[in-house]
Design a protein around this ligand. Structure first.
Ligand code: ZN
Ligand code: ZN
Length: 403
């Protein structure tokens, strides 16, 4: 169970405590008392992890090998069944004028009509040996997947990043024929997207209502879908993922886990924790050997620099822990994927606390669950990639190294 971005740094306004130290967390503290504790560097000491690379590492993958950018995970997260070798992009629906200048990169933060726009783009004919898959995500966001032979993710972005500029011409970055080919195809896709969207009924309606039309798509962040060993085969388990964000769901999907959708999960501090708790308890009683859980709100509060919200959210999560830790004959790991300190408003490389509760763990003397107390526990300091090994060993499911 990963409480995203929960860990933090000491704050003057808390008398030198961290938000997790200041929060009232009787259930997490009970976990610490019943388990073996430690601190974890999800990638390695001092490395600032993204949520995606941290989760890959915690699931036992080497993010430096497997991570090819955010595109593939987002594409998987919005339900595109990506395959190894596909090139995936994050896209914006944007607004361009007749001169080809981007006047609004987010097309007035369009909220409605993007499924229809994506459906139209899905019928794009390029006379190339490539399959094109568009899928809308939230708001003005979408994903694009190119599927075919001879493609590369070593290409530049089309998104000019600022309004008032033309889309950038996509170019190959490594001089390979594959990169040149992919860049050429992508430039065609962008041009064609304008031709297909400019008089689309959704846009005619937007123009009539005085809203900027979503008449072009700007891809960025090319990434090849990694050839990751399926998690279930790697560990001989049947696994599932309960997560709120497309990014984490995408990681689970590429790892081959079952994705469990939770109603009312927003990824923010307003998320329906009751619904998440019910989903965890229901699915734990099914025949899964492993469930990855990610709750996102503490990270959001950290990015917003909102101390009050972060503490309140941690206290709410504590009640979820209280219910979930009642499950018997289960190894329960509670941790974070990285720190998102209020003072930094972004992820940092500070290690995070971790506790494992379950049959026959070597219970240590740690009485509270937080960044400092955990450091004196029986697990000492581990890396994200150690977790699955430790868990498999506790479950007597690992193979011996040597005679
Ligand atoms: Zn995170
Ligand atoms: Zn974050």
């Amino acid at each position: 169970m990963i409480i995203d971005g929960m860990a933090d740094r000491p704050l003057k306004e808390l008398g030198g405590k961290t938000p997790l130290e200041a929060a009232q967390t009787p259930k997490m503290d009970r976990m610490a008392q019943l388990g073996v504790n430690g601190i974890m560097d999800s990638i390695k000491p001092g490395i600032r992890p993204g949520s995606d690379t941290a989760h890959l590492s915690i699931l036992g993958y080497d993010p430096y090998q497997v991570y090819t950018g955010r595109g593939p995970f987002e594409a998987a997260g919005v339900g595109v069944e990506v395959m190894p070798g596909d090139i995936a992009f994050r896209c914006n629906f944007s607004t361009t004028n007749d001169e080809g200048i981007i006047t609004d990169r987010r097309a007035g933060r369009i909220r409605e009509g993007t499924p229809e726009l994506a459906e139209t783009l899905n019928s794009m004919e390029l006379e190339e040996d490539v399959e094109i898959i568009f899928k809308e995500s939230t708001g003005h966001r979408a994903v694009l997947v190119l599927r075919g032979k001879g493609l590369s993710d070593q290409i530049s972005d089309a998104d000019p990043k600022y309004d008032g500029k033309k889309p950038k011409k996509v170019v190959g970055l490594d001089g390979s024929p594959e990169a040149e080919n992919t860049a050429r195809i992508l430039n065609k896709v962008i041009q064609k997207s304008y031709e297909m969207l400019k008089d689309h009924p959704v846009n005619l309606k937007r123009t009539k209502n005085g809203e900027p039309p979503a008449n072009i798509t700007l891809p960025r962040g090319a990434g090849a879908v990694p050839n990751a060993e399926p998690f279930n085969e790697k560990y001989g388990v049947k696994s599932a993922c309960i997560a709120e964000t497309g990014l984490i769901q995408g990681i689970a999907q590429i790892a081959g886990m079952d994705i469990i959708e939770v109603e009312g999960a927003t990824g923010g501090v307003d998320t329906d924790l009751g619904s998440i708790t019910r989903s965890i308890l229901e699915n734990a009683s099914l025949d899964y050997d492993f469930i990855l859980i990610n709750i996102d709100g503490a990270d959001e509060a950290g990015h917003d620099g909102n101390l009050k919200e972060k503490i309140e959210f941690i206290e709410k999560v504590d009640r979820v822990i209280g219910k979930v830790m009642e499950l018997e004959d289960v190894y329960f790991i509670l941790t974070a994927d990285h720190s998102t300190p209020i003072s930094v408003m972004d992820h940092t490389g500070d290690p995070v606390p971790l506790v494992i509760k379950g049959p026959d763990v070597r219970v240590d003397q740690v009485r509270e669950f937080n960044e400092r107390a955990a450091a004196s526990g029986g697990l000492s300091r581990i890396r994200g990639r150690d977790i699955m090994n430790i868990l498999m060993d506790l479950m007597n499911r690992s193979t011996k190294f040597g005679a």
